[in-house]
Design a protein around this ligand. Structure first.
Ligand code: G6P
Length: 424
């Protein structure tokens, strides 16, 4: 049966990721039809280019979907059933500063982790709260799907400080699922992961393939070496659970700093170039499908995560998906009102996290300290409290030193002054 979604609003619709999102609805065209996709952006040129490609993709696929491009948030949000947020306040230039300033002090410079993630959150929070006020007014029943990084922190801000039905999403769980599926030669659906932790701070306690616990087999494969899996077998064995991608910054900060220093360009600088390339391609009127170059971005497969979530909400599938939600008691050793990333049952009723139980002691302290950083980051980002800001910096496991925290704080607040009304 075909399900109709009247309207999806994409805030940050000029993002080069947008064709990825829309492609998801083209792939799943037999299950769901979207009557209107409203792309909103503050940058009219990007909106024109990206919106143009989206329009051609939809027409090429023969879908009746109306594609609206607008710089007016009221037009975009009014009557939306889903609001997808994928904004980058300050653009790539700000990301590059988030990478370079910490690195100059010998600290990991990364867009979602450490001081870089902290500042990205603080730039984003005032804007996202402003958007949220509009959603509360114009589409109060909409699901607000947050892709904006740092996804867990932004989702926590929304759940603590607005009345939105907000949920955070990340493509990492799907990427890890696919990694396991490929290793065991099965489709994604055959894999179940006991995923626990926070966004970009997560471990997999047990791995199942077709209901069989294959954790020991996966461990054996890691001992032999898995391409792109960055953790040493002895560490994984000691932990007794499988760390996922972003934990490399916490387990190997020295290696990561050395790698970053050796690189001629930061990831942001690389991505800025990939984006320019993508935009040039998008502007070509003969392009009518998502170009393969898009897979060079870390967010590949994100359409899968987004479309699966939306379909389960509207089709009442009640399947299990890993998303970012209010903890409640899902992980009892983390604050109940904080956001966690865990498997959840998703259906027309909403999103209910599975009770994963206590964190294994090998990972508990790291997860708790990163959660404390997130909590201070939300508080500082909302209130502009310098005390909370210093606590966020000094609590972050990649900083720790109070002298360093103070220095980074002053320098990074100053560098981001124009985006931080709450602090200045
Ligand atoms: C991964 C993360 C996303 C992040 C992306 C960065 O997919 O899960 O949160 O946005 O990588 O990719 P980029 O191409 O911008 O470095």
């Amino acid at each position: 049966m075909m399900t109709i979604i009247p309207k999806i609003a994409v805030i940050g619709g000029g993002s080069t990721y947008t064709p990825e999102f829309v492609d998801g609805f083209i792939v799943h065209r037999d299950e769901v039809r979207v009557e209107e996709i409203a792309l909103h952006d503050i940058n009219p040129e990007r909106l024109e280019i990206v919106g143009g490609l989206v329009e051609r993709m939809v027409r090429h696929a023969g879908l009746p979907t109306r594609v609206v491009r607008t710089t007016d948030r009221t037009v975009a949000l009014s009557g939306a059933a889903f609001v997808v947020s994928q904004i980058r306040v300050g653009g790539m230039a700000a990301r590059i500063r988030d990478e370079k300033i910490p690195l100059a002090h010998g600290v990991v410079g990364q867009e979602t982790t450490g001081p870089g993630g902290t500042l990205k959150a603080w730039r984003t929070i005032p804007v996202v709260l402003d958007i949220a006020r509009d959603v509360e007014r114009l589409a109060p029943d909409a699901w607000f799907i947050n892709f904006t990084n740092p996804s867990g922190i932004i989702t926590e801000t929304l759940l603590k400080h607005t009345s939105l039905r907000a949920v955070g999403l990340c493509n990492n769980p799907i990427n890890f699922t696919r990694l396991v599926a490929n290793l065991f030669g099965v489709p994604d659906e055959a894999v179940f992961l006991e995923w626990m932790g926070l966004n970009h701070v997560n471990w997999v306690r047990r791995v199942y393939v077709q209901g069989r616990d294959v954790s020991a087999d996966l461990m054996a494969k890691i001992r032999q070496g898995i391409p792109f899996y960055p953790f040493d077998a002895d560490l994984v064995e000691a932990l007794g659970v499988f760390p996922t991608w972003y934990l490399q910054y916490y387990y190997y900060p020295d290696r990561k700093v050395a790698e970053m220093r050796a690189a001629t360009r930061t990831r942001g600088e690389v991505v800025a170039e990939v984006e320019q390339d993508l935009l040039r391609k998008y502007a070509d009127p003969s392009l009518v499908v998502k170009p393969p170059e898009l897979s060079q971005r870390g967010g590949a497969l994100y359409s899968e995560a987004a479309v699966r979530l939306i379909l389960s909400l509207v089709l009442d599938r009640r399947d299990v998906q890993v998303v970012d939600v209010r903890n409640g008691g899902a992980i009892p050793d983390l604050p109940a009102d904080g956001v966690v990333e865990v498997p959840c049952v998703v259906g027309a009723h909403g999103i209910i996290p599975l009770r994963m139980g206590p964190l294994p002691e090998t990972i508990r302290s790291l997860c708790q300290v990163v959660k404390a950083w997130e909590t201070w980051t939300v508080e500082a980002g909302v209130t502009g409290s310098r005390r909370a800001a210093l606590m966020a910096m000094v609590t972050n496991p990649l900083v720790r030193s109070a002298d360093l925290a103070r220095m980074l704080l002053e320098e990074m607040l100053e560098a981001n002054r124009e985006y931080l009304p709450q602090f200045f």
